[in-house]
Write a protein that binds this ligand. Structure first.
Ligand code: MCN
Ligand code: CUM
Length: 788
């Protein structure tokens, strides 16, 4: 797309350098832990060594004897104010601090308040808790057995560990299609628990001003307004009304979905500040972050695909057990307990589909956050892209040809999927062809055939994913009743400079730059003249926050709509100044001019000044607008990824030799930022594919509780990503843009697994669960006599 604005204005399509970077690269960002207030106290948390145990007693005397320790807060203290439990995003309940039992290892048990951070930590070590261990349930399938101990004894009516059953689609039509199928394939696919490892851990500074009765909380949250409302609803009975609560998300060092939930530490810090009248800081350390914060995925999927011998797919059937840990704290739109998992028909034109998911309690920390994926889409994409590959291999058809045969065709858009989604636009074959050309697919196939003769293990894997982002149309999507719109508010100052505030909150995505570009595009005001703010609930308009790659589809659209309202008013002012009729004016970036006489023009800066100094009589002064944008549909970005792997026969190590990613997110605001999003996203797709997994032993002990064994890819493991794009605008978004922040993380794992299985198919290998670690592959090679 050629930009419509010149580089000095920097509207859409310009790779404007990020306005936020000068402060970040100089170490001048303001993160929560940078906030220091006078008389600030520090909180540290006592955590449970047991995954399931009764608390017999808590002895705080030794802790309280330490000079500087001011208080030890327990569940019983919070229970006096009915703050020992809190609601989760899925209307379940979660302990802030336990009164009688703990439900997972590293759960919060008590909190120590002290004058200094290290004194608080010493205090936490000195708290003595007497536990009585209870039987532990870690396997969700065992949790469903009739003799399994019931975990949620706090719910008097709960007689098992089953949380909910959810199903979608046409069961009868799907069963019928399977009966009539010429070929079917079936596979168990486990998508393990993983952990968001943002550079900055979670934390807050809570400051309650007893005189003003106002609570200010700086916190690492992706959704400040929603948090404010939830705080007001939960703590209204202790006098915290919504206008007396200010949530500020300052700079955030990565969110990736892990900073959507409310963690107990936030609530305890707020309670401590309200009780003491002093500011209280709580910052997780790295181990607490990895062991106790909410986790992603943990989906036990059984998928079946039906089709004809010629490769035509007909139907998909999926059953899933979702391990939620001890509470359902998943970050999903309220009406969808399994998120948008029913995007699992993917990029294919299927006649019928049916999907079932059962949520289960186990003795683990809460699961169900999204790990750079809008609500279970990675799980869905992984399932369909694995199954498509399995089917192609099964019938002996090239996986690329197989996909092209089954893709939804460009002329079928808007396309209604078998599970009810209306895909907005796409050209799936276009993206796959581009990827095949870029990687040299045909030559790679030849190379693979030759290598196979020599006994070398090389695989080629494709993933042609469809993402679903931008929740959302508020008729379907809400979180605890809050409709999922988003907002923008723009004010133009008399000198033609602007401030714009949004209801979302960047965690590294570059909104200060890209939102300014959207306004520059619409009003012709240079990017440098537009200040963008987010994350302060006292100043920003109400919005639902940044996750699910929704900022561009929702708040970005709101920015364009608000800017257009301003342009409409600017046109009236220009007509007045130019003594012309409005209908005779034309717009080009940055000015209105009289049709046919380009010299008779007024720049947006001149118009801005006139809005405060010389506006028409009867018109309100000023130049500003607000938009609360409720998207008519979601956006459906897509892409085709091709991965080439070589497998070391001696060690089982998988090496990603090449990875080509062709993405399509419609019209692009900032190509450099989008490329950065894709690079980061691909690396976050690589991690879980080859390295990352959180496991528990039978007693509920976490096995990957630190970066010693929870492995993240570094620059050494990360291949050279080769990226490219196609552009299929969204027909309903004001700028034709789709979200992109999560596409690569969602799409990449299946390409990697498909490549590994492709390398090993001739040995009889049909599937490998991620992460594909060297021991897993080595075992397969050994079983097949390839290695000793
Ligand atoms: N963009 C663009 N043109 C498009 C689409 C997007 O220029 N057609 C730009 C946007 O303007 C924005 C960025 O790309 O600057 C991402 O936009 P979008 O896809 O709308 O996603 P969000 O801004 O809502 O970001 C959320 C998404 C999610 S959900 C996760 S998880 C994730 C991700 O972004 N977390 C991140 N990328 C991240 N990047 C960083 N650095 N840190 C995180 O925590
Ligand atoms: Cu999906 S993790 Mo992001 O939605 O913040």
């Amino acid at each position: 797309m050629t930009p419509k604005t010149p580089a000095e204005i920097g509207g859409m399509g310009h790779s404007v350098k990020r306005k936020e970077d000068p402060r970040f690269i100089r170490g001048q960002g303001t993160y929560v832990d940078d906030i220091v207030l006078p008389d600030m106290l520090y909180l540290d948390i006592v955590r449970s060594p047991y995954a399931h145990a009764t608390i017999k007693s808590i002895d705080t005397s030794k802790a309280l004897a330490i000079p500087g320790v001011l208080a030890v807060i327990t569940g019983k203290d919070l229970a006096q104010y009915n703050l020992h439990w809190m609601p989760t995003l899925m209307s379940d309940t979660q302990m802030v601090l336990p009164v009688d039992k703990v439900m997972y290892q590293a759960q919060e048990v008590a909190a120590v308040l002290a004058t200094e951070r290290y004194i608080a930590a010493d205090g936490a070590d000195a708290v003595e808790v007497d536990y009585d261990p209870l039987p532990v349930v870690v396997d969700p399938k065992k949790a469903l057995l009739p003799d399994a101990p019931v975990l949620r004894t706090d719910k008097p009516d709960k007689k098992d560990n089953h949380i909910w059953h959810w199903e979608w689609g046409d069961r009868a039509a799907t069963d019928q299609a399977f009966k009539e199928a010429e070929v079917t394939v079936k596979e168990d696919i486990y998508i393990p628990r993983i952990h968001v490892s943002s550079i900055e851990t979670c934390g807050c500074v809570a400051s309650f001003d007893k005189v003003k009765g106002k609570l200010t909380v700086w916190m690492t949250t992706q959704a400040p307004h929603a948090i404010r409302t939830v705080f007001a609803l939960v703590a209204g009975h202790v006098g915290l009304a919504e206008h007396k609560i200010q949530i500020i998300s300052p700079d955030i060092g990565g969110g990736f979905g892990g900073k959507v939930p409310v963690y107990p530490g936030y609530v305890i810090a707020v309670a401590a500040s309200v009780l003491t009248g002093k500011p209280v800081k709580w910052i997780e350390d790295r181990m607490e972050n990895i062991q106790a914060d909410s986790f992603a995925r943990d989906y036990h999927i059984t998928a079946e695909l039906a089709g004809k011998k010629d490769g035509q797919l007909t139907a998909l059937r999926i059953k899933t057990i979702a391990d939620h840990g001890y509470t359902d704290a998943a970050a999903n739109p309220s009406k969808f307990p399994a998120g948008l998992f029913h995007i699992c028909t993917g990029s294919y034109d299927l006649k019928a589909a049916h999907v079932e998911v059962d949520g289960v309690y186990t003795n683990k920390p809460p699961g169900g956050i999204a790990y750079r994926c809008s609500f279970r889409v990675t799980e869905a994409v992984h399932a369909i892209e694995r199954m498509a590959d399995l089917m192609a291999h099964e019938i002996g058809m090239d996986p690329a040809e197989f996909r092209i045969k089954n893709f939804i065709k460009p002329e079928q858009f808007p396309y209604k999927s078998a599970l009810g989604w209306e895909y907005d636009s796409g050209d799936y074959a276009g993206a796959l062809h581009k990827a095949m050309e870029k990687i040299g697919y045909a030559e790679l196939k030849k190379e693979q055939a030759e290598k196979r003769k020599r006994g070398e293990l090389m695989g080629i894997g494709i993933s042609s994913f469809t993402e679903i982002v931008g929740a959302g149309p508020s008729k379907h999507f809400d979180i605890l009743g809050l409709k999922m719109f988003d907002s923008a508010e723009i004010r133009i100052h008399p000198t033609g400079k602007a401030i714009a505030r949004f209801g979302t909150k960047s965690q590294g995505q570059g909104h200060e730059t890209t939102y300014a570009q959207i306004i520059a595009e619409e009003l012709g005001i240079p990017v440098d003249d537009i200040a963008v703010e987010e994350g302060d609930t006292d100043t920003a308009p109400y919005g639902l926050g940044t996750y699910a790659s929704r900022s561009t589809p929702t708040a970005g659209a709101a920015g364009a709509v608000a800017a257009r309202k301003i342009r409409d008013k600017a046109k009236k002012i220009a007509a007045y100044l130019l003594e012309a009729h409005e209908d005779d004016l034309e717009w080009e970036p940055g000015k209105f001019f009289v049709k046919g006489s380009p010299d008779r023009a007024k720049t947006i800066q001149e118009i801005s000044l006139a809005a405060y100094t010389n506006h028409p009589q009867g018109m309100e002064a000023g130049l500003e607008a607000v938009s609360y944008y409720d998207p008519p549909n979601l956006t459906y970005p897509f892409g085709s990824y091709i991965c080439v792997v070589d497998i070391d026969k001696g060690t089982g190590e998988v090496k990603v030799r090449r990875f080509v990613a062709v993405d399509d997110c419609g019209n692009i605001i900032n190509p450099m930022i989008v490329e950065g999003q894709i690079h980061g996203g691909l690396t976050m797709g690589l991690g879980p594919s080859l390295y990352e997994e959180i496991q528990y032993d039978e007693s509920g002990n976490i096995l990957q509780g630190s970066f010693m064994n929870y492995l993240l890819p570094t620059a050494v493991e990360t291949p050279n990503w080769e990226t490219d794009k196609t552009c299929t605008p969204s027909p309903h978004h004001p700028l034709g843009a789709k979200g992109v922040g999560e596409s690569a993380t969602v799409g990449a794992p299946a390409a990697i697994v498909n490549a590994v299985v492709d390398a090993l198919w001739h040995l009889g290998v049909r599937h490998i669960d991620i992460p594909i670690t060297p021991p897993k592959v080595w075992k397969l090679l050994r079983e097949n006599g390839v290695t000793e």
